[in-house]
Ligand binder design. Structure first.
Ligand SMILES: C[S@@+](CC[C@H](N)C(=O)[O-])C[C@H]1O[C@@H](n2cnc3c(N)ncnc32)[C@H](O)[C@@H]1O
Length: 399
């Protein structure tokens, strides 16, 4: 029944609202679903792409993750097949029109439940963004995706988190009780009227993190009228992955989950308690994004070797200039003003990052003095910038 409601919702309100004509002007990019990021977190930053790549986008919706993945793989010249799977035919129509607008030919479109993902093959990478929290038994969804992973494959996911969504769940329940018997479009108009009259002190009205309800009907419905929606603390993410025979490689960005953002020397906590503490202190996480692999797989995110190729999010010259001037880099991490200290002497090396040079080329192996200074500063650069997902390693060409 619930699964039917979910399917019907996404037939009437395919999400997110997208116009295929916009593909001419921009590519929507983010985490997960970026091939460089996937390489960094799941394949040690050194995947051999020449043997091809099979990916599944489970619950692909109107295509944001799908299009990013398929387009960047096509630009990089990877022989890839990306399979799109979703319950909603109207979402599929929009995703397909977006792919056609870009001339992408590396996508296979399927309609069906991700609970049967294994029927469609085994995949090197499975992307599941914003879907598993809409299943009556999310662990079953994770387990079905685990079953569809090829040996050595990995999963990129996003699920909702509770604290940044404060106010949402009591409204979903109230609107469900009041309007659940109405057709979708009437539910929407009735709920809009009620929302306009809620007191200013309502936790939803006071929550600055939530914007979906201001971005059209599908956004409003998805946020406040969903019939099947739950949020996970980071500890619950870890437990649910474990239940599904999976293991968290890293949440993204991992530095967000470090209590050192808030306290100096802190008592030693086990890794899950440390992430939970950071989540409680942060108070505004509305999603958890991360990468996972089979439970018995010991992989960790990439670390730099002389052969690693670093990629920067943002223009290297600008980042290098800021570091040279201030010994620090300031940026906004999911709405949080953030600043990390980076040694000034790292600036010339950062300026040489172009997504093609290896670390040994960046170090300038021919200049002994520079090489020594590189060895001294690079660990601090890597720690700070990979932690915030600003630096990733991958042999893929820059796109
Ligand atoms: C919130 S949208 C997210 C879409 C897309 N992944 C994104 O991030 O933009 C959730 C999508 O998951 C799909 N969905 C929900 N349950 C599903 C299931 N059991 N199997 C396949 N798709 C499902 C819905 O139809 C909907 O298109």
């Amino acid at each position: 029944m619930m699964a039917d409601d979910v399917r019907r919702q996404y037939e009437v309100f395919p999400y997110p609202e997208r116009d295929p004509a916009d593909e001419a002007d921009r590519l929507i990019a983010g985490s997960p679903s970026d091939p460089v990021e996937i390489d960094h977190y799941l394949f040690g930053g050194g995947r051999d792409w020449s043997g091809g790549f099979r990916a599944l986008v489970a619950g692909g919706g109107t295509g944001d993750g799908l299009i990013q993945l398929a387009q960047k793989l096509a630009w990089a010249g990877v022989d890839a097949e990306v399979t799109y799977l979703d319950l909603s035919r109207s979402a599929r129509r929009i995703a397909k029109a977006r792919a056609e607008a870009r001339g992408l030919t590396n996508i296979r479109f399927l309609t069906g439940s991700l609970l049967r993902a294994g029927d469609h093959g085994r995949f090197d990478y499975i992307d599941c963004c914003g879907v598993l929290h809409h299943l009556p038994e999310p662990a079953e969804g994770f387990a079905a995706l685990r079953g569809a992973l090829a040996p050595g494959g990995g999963l990129g996911f996003m699920v909702y988190a509770p604290y940044g969504r404060s106010g949402v769940y009591q409204l979903q329940q109230a609107f469900g009780d009041l309007f659940g018997h109405l057709p979708e479009t009437e539910r929407l108009s009735e709920a809009r009227k009620v929302l306009a009259h809620l007191p200013a002190g309502h936790p939803f009205k006071r929550n600055p993190n939530l914007v979906d309800h201001k971005q059209g009907d599908a956004g409003f419905y998805d946020l406040l009228l969903h019939s099947q929606d739950r949020a996970f603390t980071i500890a619950e993410v870890v437990d649910t992955l474990t239940e599904a025979d999976l293991r968290l490689v890293a949440p993204i960005p991992s530095a967000l989950y470090d209590p050192a953002r808030f306290v100096g020397p802190a008592p030693r906590l086990n890794p899950v308690d440390a992430m939970s503490t950071a989540e409680r202190l942060d108070g505004m996480m509305k999603v958890h994004v991360g990468y996972a692999v089979a439970a018995d797989d010991t992989r960790s995110p990439a670390r730099g070797t002389p052969q690693s190729v670093p990629h920067l999010m943002g223009p290297p010259e600008r980042i290098a200039a800021e570091i040279a001037g201030k010994g620090a880099l300031a940026f906004t991490a999911q709405g949080r003003p953030t600043r990390v200290r980076i040694p000034r002497e790292a600036a010339p090396f950062i300026a040489r990052i172009d997504g093609k040079r290896t670390l040994s080329e960046i170090a300038g192996a021919e200049i002994m003095a520079a090489e020594m200074s590189f060895a001294r500063v690079w660990p601090a650069v890597e720690e700070a910038l990979t932690g915030w997902n600003i630096l990733r390693y991958s042999g893929l060409p820059p796109v």
